[in-house]
Design a protein around this ligand. Sequence first.
Ligand SMILES: *[C@@H]1O[C@H](CO)[C@@H](O)[C@H](O)[C@H]1NC(C)=O
Ligand SMILES: *[C@@H]1O[C@H](CO)[C@@H](O)[C@H](O)[C@H]1NC(C)=O
Ligand SMILES: *[C@@H]1O[C@H](CO)[C@@H](O)[C@H](O)[C@H]1NC(C)=O
Ligand SMILES: *[C@@H]1O[C@H](CO)[C@@H](O)[C@H](O)[C@H]1NC(C)=O
Ligand SMILES: *[C@@H]1O[C@H](CO)[C@@H](O)[C@H](O)[C@H]1NC(C)=O
Ligand SMILES: *[C@@H]1O[C@H](CO)[C@@H](O)[C@H](O)[C@H]1NC(C)=O
Ligand SMILES: *[C@@H]1O[C@H](CO)[C@@H](O)[C@H](O)[C@H]1NC(C)=O
Ligand SMILES: *[C@@H]1O[C@H](CO)[C@@H](O)[C@H](O)[C@H]1NC(C)=O
Ligand SMILES: *[C@@H]1O[C@H](CO)[C@@H](O)[C@H](O)[C@H]1NC(C)=O
Length: 478
Amino acid sequence: MLPKRPHGVVMLLMLMVFDVSGAFVGITIGNEMSNLPSATDIVAILKEKKIQHVRLIDSNHQMLTALANTGIEVMVGVPNDQLLCVGQSRSTAADWINKNVAAYVPATNITYIAVGDEVLTNIPNAALVLVPALQFLQSALLAANLNTQVKISSPHSMDMISKAFPPSIATFNSTWNTVMSQYLRFPKDTGSSFMLNAQPYYGYVGGQGVFPLEYALFRSLNPNSQISDPNTNLFYTNMFDAIIDATYNSIQAMNFTEIPVLVTASGWPWRGGPNEKAATVDNALAYNTNLIRHVLNNSGTPSQPMNQSSTYIFELFNEDLRSGPESEKSWGIMFPNTTTVYSLSFEDVATTIPESPALRGMFCVANSSAPHSALKHSLDWACGPGSANCSAIQPGQPCYESDNIVAVASYAFNDYYHRTQASGGTCSFNGTAMMTSTDPILLANKLQLPFTSALKRRLRRTNLALKCLKGSRSLCKI
Ligand SMILES: *[C@@H]1O[C@H](CO)[C@@H](O)[C@H](O)[C@H]1NC(C)=O
Ligand SMILES: *[C@@H]1O[C@H](CO)[C@@H](O)[C@H](O)[C@H]1NC(C)=O
Ligand SMILES: *[C@@H]1O[C@H](CO)[C@@H](O)[C@H](O)[C@H]1NC(C)=O
Ligand SMILES: *[C@@H]1O[C@H](CO)[C@@H](O)[C@H](O)[C@H]1NC(C)=O
Ligand SMILES: *[C@@H]1O[C@H](CO)[C@@H](O)[C@H](O)[C@H]1NC(C)=O
Ligand SMILES: *[C@@H]1O[C@H](CO)[C@@H](O)[C@H](O)[C@H]1NC(C)=O
Ligand SMILES: *[C@@H]1O[C@H](CO)[C@@H](O)[C@H](O)[C@H]1NC(C)=O
Ligand SMILES: *[C@@H]1O[C@H](CO)[C@@H](O)[C@H](O)[C@H]1NC(C)=O
Ligand SMILES: *[C@@H]1O[C@H](CO)[C@@H](O)[C@H](O)[C@H]1NC(C)=O
């Protein structure tokens, strides 16, 4: 036993180091709703979903108390309506820090303060107090000896970037050049980040058909429609990365470098008015699932492959009091009564869900008696909104079978189910799928499922019963 210990310790250290350097996914909690759940209920939800980072739009004291000793990292906010006071008076700023930050740390792990929200685009009249507010709050943190624990910045709208595409020549709207220069100096000097609300939903809707929906939803584009930046020849497979690169380039155009971008809000509405066709549950689920996968994969952006932006999903609860179009009230993954709108996993479904013991040896396969039209519909859903990894069943790929919908759908259903089961995914697909503990190869023989002999061969080859079906995540992984 003894010789094994050092190895265990090294492993643990490696895991910890790895953990610290990786980007994280958190969630935003707003306050524009008629009924907010109790702070203890909210914290219970965060724990249940294993969410380790939360952005509070304000500094709700019940929440700060309930978050104490949970290990959850907290970003608090100075709401826009308090910005004028904080930015005009040093003592008000000090008072704000004392009441909303110093009074709660270290029990509550407050690590960031977001000062205002989209100040330059939302309340341009307050533009001149933005940087003073940041500076006054920073001095107060310093006086309270909290300046290493807590970082300060201010979230910007992506509307600050006048022309975001191509990313290489993006610049901030020059109207704000003076304020922007002063603002950028602040994170540069204090080691903080540029905060960005990155919303491909608005980019997609505003583009009026210029950008494919797949590009906004992180679904791989077919090779003919991938979007490249003509100046850099960098290839963009999703709009989220393009927005972040546009931000890096806009910062650089102001002659600042090495300021990390922190995404303070990104999400997708699940319901909208009659003219908001892209606001659906399927799209919201696909966007957020793919966003989480993308951020946790840590692969950065095309121009900054070493720097993945951590991201706060927008948002935990629907905010029924938000103004604007119908969709504005429907960005939450839950209703304020804590009923789930759609089920979202905050872990990297592709890599972190180990073989769940309950699932080992269980397969979710297509029901061969179901009508092929229904199977086709379910297949499209699994590979689309369901975000199953369907690359192996694309034309030209190892598991593609043009005339075998049952085999192909089985692959997709099983992949979907094993990815999402831990977060509430089911093997139902409107009755077109079923669970089985029988190895699908044997099952195919027994039920005479129309798996082609080529697929069966592939499944059998080189212990595929072990290799392909291990973890049962895919029927055919070669
Ligand atoms: C707070 O979060 C920071 C950053 O992850 C971490 O280093 C620190 O240990 C945490 N502090 C507490 C008291 O949990
Ligand atoms: C820049 O900002 C100003 C002030 O908000 C606005 O009037 C103008 O339309 C913006 N320009 C662009 C190109 O977005
Ligand atoms: C950035 O630096 C270049 C070269 O020194 C200069 O021409 C340009 O005006 C500067 N841009 C800004 C926004 O300060
Ligand atoms: C990106 O990461 C590299 C390497 O860690 C670092 O040198 C650079 O400053 C980072 N860039 C930004 C914009 O944070
Ligand atoms: C994950 O990262 C690897 C390399 O770091 C990259 O090749 C792959 O495309 C990424 N996957 C996703 C889903 O972003
Ligand atoms: C929660 O609220 C939603 C939307 O108002 C409603 O459809 C649902 O039935 C409610 N659930 C419970 C348990 O009250
Ligand atoms: C399979 O599909 C047939 C026809 O739709 C249906 O009658 C049967 O109940 C389904 N089986 C399962 C296990 O869902
Ligand atoms: C189930 O069937 C209904 C009605 O035919 C359809 O609207 C829905 O999208 C289907 N769901 C799936 C997952 O295929
Ligand atoms: C999807 O499946 C392909 C083929 O099996 C694999 O190479 C790729 O890494 C998978 N991607 C993800 C994100 O799991």
